[in-house]
Design a protein. Structure first.
Length: 257
């Protein structure tokens, strides 16, 4: 389990096998400085960076990583922050301080992807449109009753509750959790969701005895393997074990050209 703000710069925690749960916490608002956010003037702006929405990459990381991500809302979840809590697998909110609000239309912005469409899956079309079109404030209890928060706890218990949930998740089968998450995502993610689910299913299939036997079956042309197999299987041609999965997962010679 890892405690994080959004994600580490190198994204290592998204793939590390020892971590199966992520707790998404609020950012440090002090980074804005005493004068608030500073904006570049029109003459100084780097045109190469314009139009880049890095937050969408964060959304995709949360959605597609094979780990359960729990949002711990200790204060305002507004605009893009609101969308992040929506896309997390579960949300726990502070009873005293959590507030939810969608300000995108006020800022001439709009999240017409997960932030709105997936919210409608959680609270219904009418309530989701209310959240975006009217921009009302909702406290933790309101959000819980609407269906976009899993649990409301006293503020002092927020992070501890998140850790308890993380420990409970870590006590269960990591493969089951991975496949359940991708299974839940599949219906809303179209062919991308199907590809991710199918890819994980294929990875599991490679470990089955049937795949092991087929991987050792020579082709009719040059006696090379047709299918890759898991690490540790003896190569039928050389009699040696592959040094790694990637060394072994190579095309047969007659398919290289």
């Amino acid at each position: 389990m890892v405690r994080c703000g959004l994600c580490s710069p190198d994204r290592e925690w998204t793939v590390a096998q020892g971590w199966r749960v992520g707790l998404l916490l609020r950012g440090d608002q002090r980074i804005r400085g005493k004068d608030g956010y500073q904006y570049e003037g029109a003459g100084k702006a780097d045109t190469a960076k314009l139009g880049r929405l890095h937050i969408l990459e964060v959304q995709r990381l949360i959605r597609f990583m094979p780990k359960v991500v729990i949002a711990l809302v200790s204060g305002w979840a507004v605009g893009g922050g609101h969308s992040l809590h929506v896309i997390c697998d579960m949300t726990i909110a502070s009873e005293e301080h959590a507030l939810f609000k969608q300000t995108d239309p006020d800022m001439a912005s709009f999240d017409s992807g997960y932030g709105s469409a997936y919210l409608a899956r959680q609270v219904g079309q009418k309530r989701a449109r209310e959240v975006f079109f009217l921009g009302f404030d909702y406290n933790a209890r309101d959000a819980y009753e609407m269906g976009m928060v899993n649990k409301v706890v006293p503020h002092r218990e927020l992070e501890e509750t998140g850790r308890e949930w993380g420990k409970l998740i870590n006590s269960k089968s990591p493969t089951a959790m991975r496949m359940l998450k991708f299974g839940f995502n599949l219906i809303d993610d179209g062919l991308v969701g199907q590809q991710i689910f199918a890819g994980e299913a294929t990875r599991l299939a490679y470990g089955m005895p049937e795949a092991q036997r087929r991987a050792g079956t020579p082709s009719s042309k040059k006696g090379k393997r047709i299918f890759p197999c898991s690490p540790g299987t003896i190569d039928s041609d050389s009699g040696e074990r592959p040094s790694s999965w990637f060394d072994h997962c190579r095309l047969p010679n007659h398919l290289d050209n």
